[in-house]
Write a protein that binds this ligand. Structure first.
Ligand SMILES: Cc1cc2nc3c(=O)[nH]c(=O)nc-3n(C[C@H](O)[C@H](O)[C@H](O)COP(=O)(O)OP(=O)(O)OC[C@H]3O[C@@H](n4cnc5c(N)ncnc54)[C@H](O)[C@@H]3O)c2cc1C
Length: 468
């Protein structure tokens, strides 16, 4: 098949053909489509939303400036997203701004330099915790965590249970939860120990084993850099290159395979293809109607990979006023604050000033249903604890609740509870007839991150090209 021209079907809907239909125009789907077009395939990308980028979303600040309200940070060893961005002409800049950070514990704010918050009770245990996490994560194979030597034991308990068994105290668990709150929209008690240690093992590449430091770090870590023009620009540029092959507002409802090909039924018409790449989050893939049904083990796996709960709260100011006071805008907050981690999220030229805080996990559960004005007040009080009372003088305030997005339903990534990886993990990216899988959740490196999404798209395209 080579034609991408539509012909009216008997039922009056437009039926179209392509070698490959890619479902989902996030980084994974667009990367796969780009690779396939380069290999000479005819490709159609069907995207449910009226925009590309999926979990990447720029917020317009006016005058051509943006800040991100979805995924945004990149760093060393994330070579696939960095190379892709370079190819499509999107530059990076250093995310961290000079200045001190602020640690707020039970309402008391303390400025500090470097990465280590000044907490005498938590720090000794934190050192032990990091060493134990590093050692245990080192034994989890990134491509097959269920094959870790003690996989069944680790998958039989939550991460919190594992941390406590390793004699890590509540203070250190609290600090780890600050990271998990932003990293997977949850707490140590929400995920299996195996999943969490695997997640750490993916913070690297083929030659650099994953480390907690790389995952949590700013300069030199996963929060090292941002994209000039916002991360969504990478997706927008890819869609432009795909030149008319991306079809928006086309949610796919049904996928039927037969001996001759695949029929994909979307709200924007039906498509016929030789092969399909499904690049939507696993839980959403399980909600498509499948004919024949997905292998039950794969379907069970996808049903068991829900997203965490995460909202980004963004306050915009005339200027990043905190910088003049020697503050970086970065804050770590403990003890009931809705925001537990926050950053200076200003555009590269430093104006306007933008503060971004993560409201996730148990704080999301507490705050998401409260009146917007009450939540905004609480968020700005958190910001004020870090940068002072001027935090209330906003020119704009935006919230992006990813749980309220029909085509994502949570964020930032899918999280596995105990039992999932060992019982079903091997079904993760297993090809289903003419259907191949992509998405950041399918990557052995930087799983759940932009780099993982790009890697998974490349992998799906390679798998498809080499088997046909
Ligand atoms: C708040 C937040 C912060 C994050 N921070 C970072 C960060 O700093 N650094 C980082 O590297 N990563 C971060 N991430 C994660 C990163 O954004 C994702 O891992 C990555 O963008 C996922 O890309 P994807 O293509 O796999 O999936 P998605 O971006 O989810 O794309 C899937 C696409 O499929 C579409 N779709 C779904 N169902 C259907 C259907 N039935 N039919 C048609 N289309 C459908 C969706 O609309 C979507 O466009 C963050 C994510 C969030 C939400």
């Amino acid at each position: 098949m080579t034609s991408t021209h539509g012909t009216p079907a008997a039922n009056g809907r437009w039926s179209r053909e392509a070698d490959v239909v890619v479902i989902g125009a996030g980084l994974a789907g667009l990367t796969a489509a780009r690779e396939l077009v380069a290999a000479g395939k005819s490709v159609a990308v069907l995207e449910a939303r009226d925009r590309v980028g999926g979990r990447l979303l720029n917020h317009d600040l006016g005058d051509g400036r943006v800040t991100e309200i979805g995924g945004q940070f990149v760093g060393p060893t994330q070579n696939h997203i960095l190379a892709l961005a370079k190819e499509v002409g999107v530059a990076t800049y250093q995310a961290a701004v000079p200045g001190e950070r602020v640690y707020v514990h039970d309402g008391r704010a303390r400025r500090f330099s470097g990465h280590t918050p000044p907490d005498l009770f938590a720090l000794p245990d934190m050192g032990i915790a990091l060493a134990r996490i590093e050692q245990a994560a080192g034994k989890v194979p990134p491509a097959a965590p269920w094959q870790a030597p003690n996989a069944r034991d680790l998958d039989g308990m939550t991460y919190e249970t594992w941390l406590r068994k390793a004699e890590i105290t509540g203070d250190a668990v609290d600090l780890i939860n600050i990271f998990l709150n932003s990293a997977y929209g949850g707490e140590a008690r929400d995920a299996s120990a195996l999943f969490s240690l695997w997640y750490v093992s993916t913070f690297g590449d083929e030659t650099h084993p994953g480390t907690m430091e790389r995952g949590t770090g700013t300069s030199g870590g996963a929060q090292d850099s941002r994209f000039v023009g916002g991360s969504q620009l990478v997706a927008i540029r890819m869609a432009e290159e795909l030149d008319g092959r991306v079809h928006l507002s086309a949610p796919v409802r049904r996928i039927s395979q037969d001996a001759g090909g695949v029929t994909v039924i979307s709200d924007a018409g039906d498509w016929r293809a030789d092969q399909v790449i499904v690049a939507v989050p696993p839980l959403l893939a399980s909600r498509i109607v499948w004919d024949p049904l997905l292998p039950p083990q794969q379907d069970q796996l996808f049903q068991r990979l829900p997203f965490g709960t995460l909202m980004k709260c963004v306050a915009v100011y005339d200027t990043p006023f905190w910088r003049a006071e020697g503050l970086s805008g970065m804050g770590l907050l403990r003890g009931g604050s809705p925001i537990r981690e926050m950053f200076d999220n200003s555009p590269p030229d430093g104006g306007p000033g933008v503060l971004m805080g993560f409201l996730g996990g148990k704080e999301w559960r507490k705050w998401a249903h409260r009146p917007a004005g009450e939540r905004r007040g609480a968020v700005l009080r958190s910001f004020a604890q870090v940068v002072g009372e001027r935090a209330f003088d906003t020119v704009d305030y935006v919230e992006q609740d990813w749980t309220a997005e029909q085509w994502t339903q949570g964020g930032p990534t899918s999280v596995a509870a105990p039992g999932v990886l060992t019982e079903y993990g091997e079904w993760m990216g297993r090809r289903f007839g003419r259907v191949h899988w992509a998405g950041s959740e399918f990557s052995p490196y930087w799983n759940g991150f932009m780099d993982g999404a790009v890697r998974s798209g490349e992998h799906a395209a390679t798998e498809l090209l080499h088997q046909s």
